[in-house]
Write a protein that binds this ligand. Sequence first.
Ligand code: LMR
Length: 392
Amino acid sequence: MFEQLTPIAQDKILQLIALYRDDPRPDKIDLGVGVYKDASGLTPVMRAVKAAERQLWEAETTKTYTTLAGDPAFGAAMVDLILGAGFASRAAAIATPGGTGAIRQALELIRMANPAAKVWLSHPTWPNHPSIIKYLGMQMAEYRYFDTATGGVDFDGLLADLGRVAAGDVVLLHGCCHNPTGANLTGSQWEQLAALLAQRGAVPFVDLAYQGFGDGLTADAAATRLIAGAFPEVLIAASCSKNFGIYRERTGVLIALTQPARTDVMQGNLNFLNRQNYSFPPDHGARLVTMILGDASLRVDWMRELEELRQNMLSLRQGLADALRSATNSDRFDFVARHRGMFSRLGLSEAEVLRLRQDFGIYMVGDSRINIAGLNAASVPILARAIAQVVG
Ligand code: LMR
């Protein structure tokens, strides 16, 4: 039977981890996978997470099952963190293994409700979006998103493409910190987009993996809140990997907003999907998040540290934009300072990306996406000079 299996091409982002690891050069620079790193290259366990883990170790008396949805307190805390007050009666939620687990469950829910549903993705998007959709045998379409000439959003292209959405189509939106480009809509563009999608009868599906990494914890939720208030049905897949730094704990949530009278049916369907795919979702990371969000002092400390991470990425952005300006003697890369989140797509060719890897030991995704947090004060000018050489 298994001789039928064919080799699978490796994920382009994850592939870089091994390539980087196997590179013996001591001055190599890793700007690949989206993991936060401090100036010394470490991905720290956040202070509030450590404190919650200590408390949990002392206080936890059982590891018996929670519920199929996970601990309901986790779902409620995440609905509150993402949406604020006023949505509880419309919200069904399940804990999932990471944000990817939430995306997978959302797509399965869509397929269960309508096997013919079409899912619209931004071009470009996180490569695992189309990969999972294809794997599930679902229909997909793309809408223009990135303007390579300016490094900003091609908003006219986006509106033109999404103007062709049919009623009941699902439109996947990056709630903040677009991955891979780093280019994001303004508040008024989000309003125009929401009005268009409402007029078309679309179902929005928000992927929110970087809340707190862009303009701040509340500002990064603003677009999701706008969408949540404007549509009767919304799916939100959120990750705690980045903003709580608990990548390997696999902590995410899928929130499905529906009419209040349909919340129980929705919750039952979400629970069913968890049961079919892995039964009870992982609890450890979700419990830490619930403890942090529910405890005033842990929450304040977590918010403070998250803000430190965000500010660090912002100053690296500005530093890189400045260094590129002087190294290339042009404003070509000024958009890096305007981008938000972990990533920026630099607009280099695949050959230039390869040269950076081979000649300079600088690792970025083939589409020239860099992880800003992979930089530090010392590597910013090194990267800028290397880029200037390969584009010059
Ligand atoms: C990324 O885009 O680098 C992250 O979301 C990690 C991943 O799983 O791809």
